[in-house]
Design a binder for this molecule. Structure first.
Ligand code: GRF
Length: 186
């Protein structure tokens, strides 16, 4: 059984949650940063930090075949827990089954509200007074696994999706490391 404290963080873009997870790691170590975008800003940051990285473009590869390559890299680095942090790919059923109960994701809404995209615009549109973010276990159904933690952010009068997103992102950076530090001890 791989050590749950050996964490891989998967990203596709700027990687601000990844940075928070790296900087606030207490009970886990970041064994690998993986990305389907070799040019992702977060990958450059991880390399600067001398973290192990794995990148492979997913374009043109069959979904499950890609996930098998990714899974092999995770095994090679003896990863026990996977933290998705802006990883813009829906994982194959094979991968989710293979890593069942060991994949976490951060989602910018108070789940079960607003699964999927455009969460902030949808919260504002609905007239919600409170928005936020959630960390959950990844299952086959999108954004539907067990919620491990939530952080609330007040919606201000005249908020735009961009302004709200900025404040929610700051809350994400606090919530995700906190939940992951607890999760690896379960
Ligand atoms: C965050 O908004 C997160 O909630 C969502 O993807 C975004 C990733 O941002 N899952 P970053 O790459 O961590 O800055």
């Amino acid at each position: 059984m791989p050590d749950p404290k050996r964490v891989a963080i998967l990203i596709s873009g700027r990687g601000s949650n990844m940075r928070a997870l790296v900087d606030r790691a207490c009970n886990y170590e970041v064994a690998l940063v993986g990305s389907n975008k070799a040019e992702a800003a977060g990958v450059a940051w991880a390399r600067d930090r001398r973290l192990q990285t794995w990148t492979r473009e997913s374009k043109g590869i069959d979904k499950e075949e890609y996930d098998r390559l990714l899974s092999a890299a995770l095994e090679e680095h003896q990863v026990g827990t996977i933290a998705l942090a802006g990883f813009m790919r829906i994982l194959s059923p094979w991968f989710v089954e293979r890593w069942a109960g060991r994949i976490l994701n951060i989602h910018p809404s108070l789940l079960p509200k607003y699964r999927g995209l455009d969460t902030h615009a949808r919260a504002i549109e609905a007239g919600d007074g409170v928005a936020g973010c959630s960390v959950h276990i990844v299952t086959e159904e999108l954004d539907a696994g067990e919620v491990l933690g939530r952080a609330e952010v007040l919606v201000e009068i005249g908020d735009t999706p961009e302004r709200l997103a900025e404040r929610v992102l700051a809350a994400e950076h606090r919530l995700y490391p906190q939940v992951l530090n607890e999760f690896v001890l379960r």
